[in-house]
Structure formats: C-alpha cells, structure tokens
Write a protein that binds this ligand. Structure first.
Ligand code: PLP
Length: 435
C-alpha cells in the first residue's frame, strides 16, 4: 500500500488534486542544490555556473516537453496562483486600450467554476475597471460554446478558461475555445490554467502542429505533479504582451523578478519528465512535440478511479458522481452523498486514515458550499455532502478496495444521525430504495 507514516499513523492519501507527494527521483534531483550547489544562478563566479546551467537546462527540458516551444517562452514563478495573477494582471497592464474599440473597460471572459486563483483575480480586475463575463456551466459541469461565442466582443482583451476543473475533473475543450477565439480576433489573448492537467493530459503548445497552438498563456504548478510546493511556471507565447507584476531584478529576462528557486525548477523539470516520458496519450511515441502523458499511467489511474466509483455507487443509495457525463480527468471523482455533510464524511474518513477533500483545498475548512457545484446547480442536499477523491500513480488497488469498504459504512452511520435522511426514511420519494 502507498501508505505514509506520520507519527506512526498509516494513511491512504487520495487528495492529489490538492497536492502530491514529491517523487523520490525528484527529491534526489533537488538535493545537490541544498548542499554543495547553493549558489545564486545570477552570480558570476565559476561555482554559480552549475546552478545557472541547471535552471537553463530545466527550462529547455520543459520547453521540449510542452511541444518544442522556445525555452524563452517558459517563465518560472512560485506557484500557479502567481502564474494566473501574472497572466491576467500582466495582460491588462500591457494591453489597456490596445486592439480594442475606444472603450476604456478591458473585457475578460472566464468561467464561474475557475479556481479562486483566477476568479478572485478577475474580481480584483473588476475593481480596477475591467468588465468580466463569468460563463455558466450545465449540470454536467460543461460550458456552452454558443454562450462563449456570444460573449466575445470588440472589447474582449483576454479569455481565461481552465483546462480541467480541480474539484470535478471536468475537462474544457481548450483546443476548440482557443481556436474560436483566434478566428474571431487574433489579438485576443487566450490563457488557460492547466494546473490540474500538465503531466496528465496532452498539452502540445507547438505553434505549427500542437493541439494548444492557439493558447498564448498557460499556467501550471510543481506540487500537483510530484514536484515540491514553491515552484510554478507561466508559458508566454512570443509576441504576447505581458507586463511583469513582480518588479525588481532582471531575472527571467525581466519578466519575473526574484532569485530563482533553483532546486524547485530542477524538480519541476524532473517531475514533468517522469510524468510525460513513457508514451503518448495516443498510446505510442515519446515525450516532446508529438508526445503526451504516459498512457499506461492514465489507464492505471482511470481503472482505479472507475473501480472506486462503481463499487461506491453499487453500495450507496442517493449518491451522484458530479460531472460523470462530461469528459473528465482520469484520477478524479467528485461524489455527492445526499442528506449528509461532506465535512462529516471527511472527519470519519480521517479517522480511518483516509485523506480526501470536500472541495478545493483552499475552500475546505470553510463551510461555504462549493462554487463549482453551485454553478452546476447540484441540489442543496447534495452540494453539502460532496467529497472528492483524487488519485496518483502511488495509489494501489488495495487502497481503493479499503476505501470502497469503509465509505458505505461511514455514509450509513452519518445518515442515521441526519434529520434530512430520517425525513426521507419516513416519507420516501417515489423510487427511493429501502432505507
Ligand atoms: N489552479 C488550479 C486549477 C488549481 O487546482 C490550483 C490548486 O489547487 C491552483 C490554480 C493554485 O495552485 P498553487 O497552489 O500552485 O498556487
């Protein structure tokens, strides 16, 4: 079992959309930079050269893995939140009143289900005069392309739409949305937050042949793919006007000031190599311009996830898989158990050593219902009982079987205490299974 020990407590970690464990190979790659190779990569003496070269080699590796883009198009940041801030504020600051009509209000199109690292940035942009369209989703968590097309207008400065949702795993059709955007007006900047998909789905930014060739800006983060926290990146396609938001030294070609996190950058490149190296989404080939995530790993994750879902569905009545009808990430399942609280389920799972989540990591700890499930118009009795399992390559079938065994018991016990459930029991809806 992939069980971690923390004060001898054995755990099953199934919260990988919140963060992942650092892969052993990634950890090994970082170690020299905490020991003998601690130098500032900008320093001129010989000893600093290895740190400098390691940053540049990592940049080249990542550029190659994202579709043989130019290494200068990769900017290192501290996390995806910073990358998203840089993409949105950077575009607004560089482009106000460019490429648009005389309106002084830049228009941004995003969705109602983005991570707070985009939604709140857009809300802040509104305070500075931007006009933001938050596209709705249907009950499967999908966007309506017609609504998207209708939202594009002469004032549209940028589109910022995530690749896959962190809570439900629902995947948005970035290829199509970015193509439509550029066909409508090539000057509109297209940004995607790919924090949950780099290393999991095919992302090829090659400007001639890539499925993401119309994407100008792409954010991602190390700690979602088995690198440590504290490192992220923003892909900035050549010719995309961005003003820096972290201003100071000349690092990252003046795009992002601050001494580089050398160990983190090396780790990010290593982690991406590990996720992408052994095959493509189409079942063959190596990483690089035509490559994609390791296909075997995707199948492995999908098999674990589907086994977990089908086992739980067969044992727990009044349970829905949110986004089940949409295209989804293979590692994510978001379940709504009617009539009980997700927090209660989490605490019970915790007592069995199972680490899951009841929404995005940033919002668990608050009792606000998930903005994503609310946008999907999931019924009140189900939104509050939502739980997310997100798997990684380190999870095993043994762990899945264990969760499948204890989860129905937990739900049964919590429902016994639930007034809503008791109401259902006393006055069952038509077609309701026996309680
Ligand atoms: N965007 C998405 C889709 C995420 O899932 C997350 C983290 O959960 C973030 C952005 C923020 O990432 P970071 O923690 O690297 O800032």
């Amino acid at each position: 079992m992939n069980i971690k020990t923390e004060n001898e407590r054995k755990i099953i970690y199934v919260d990988n959309n919140a963060t992942t464990s650092v892969a052993p190979e990634v950890f090994e790659a970082m170690v020299p930079f905490f020991k003998s190779e601690y130098f500032n990569p900008s320093s001129v003496y010989n000893e600093a050269l290895f740190a400098h070269n390691s940053v540049e080699k990592s940049r080249e590796k990542i550029a190659h893995l994202l579709g043989d883009v130019d290494p200068s198009e990769i900017t290192f940041t501290s996390c995806a939140t910073e990358s998203n801030n840089m993409a949105i504020f950077g575009a607004i600051r560089a482009n106000s009143n460019v490429n648009r009509s005389q309106s002084s209000q830049p228009h941004i199109i995003t969705t109602a289900v983005e991570h707070p690292a985009v939604i709140q940035v857009c809300r802040e942009a509104e305070r500075y005069g931007a006009k933001v369209t938050f596209l709705s989703v249907n009950k499967n968590g999908e966007l309506d392309i017609t609504e998207f097309v209708r939202a594009l207008n002469v004032d549209t400065l940028m589109v910022s739409i995530m690749h896959a949702n962190n809570e439900t795993g629902v995947i948005f059709p970035i290829e199509e949305l970015s193509r439509i955007t550029k066909e409508t007006n090539p000057n509109i900047i297209f940004h995607t937050d790919a924090t949950q998909t780099v290393g999991k789905l095919k992302i090829d930014l090659n400007s001639r042949s890539g499925n993401f060739r119309y994407v100008d800006l792409l954010s991602f983060s190390g700690h979602k793919l088995h690198a440590p926290k504290g490192v992220g990146s923003l892909f900035i396609r050549k010719g995309t006007a961005i003003r820096p938001i972290l201003i100071g030294g000349h690092q990252e070609r003046g795009k992002r000031a601050g001494t580089e996190n050398v160990a983190g950058i090396v780790a990010l490149a290593k982690a991406m190599e590990l996720s992408l190296e052994s095959g493509s989404e189409n079942g063959s080939g190596s990483a690089g311009a035509s490559g994609g995530p390791a296909y075997k790993e995707l199948l492995y994750l999908k098999n674990l996830r589907d086994t977990l879902e089908s086992s739980i569905i067969s044992k727990v009545p009044f349970l829905e898989v949110n986004g089940a009808k949409a295209k989804r990430l293979p590692n994510t399942t978001n379940l709504s158990c009617h009539y009980i609280e997700g927090e209660g389920i989490l605490y019970q799972l915790n007592s069995y050593g199972i680490c899951a989540s009841s929404g995005s990591a940033c919002t668990s700890g608050s009792l606000d219902p998930s903005h994503v499930l609310k946008a999907m118009k999931i019924p009140f009795t189900a939104v509050h009982g939502s739980i997310r399992f997100s798997l990684s390559r380190y999870n095993t079938m043994e762990e899945i079987n264990y969760i499948s065994k204890v989860f129905p018991e937990i739900v049964r016990n919590l429902r016994r205490l639930s007034p809503y459930w008791n109401q259902e029991k006393d006055c069952p809806r038509e077609g309701a299974p026996a309680v």
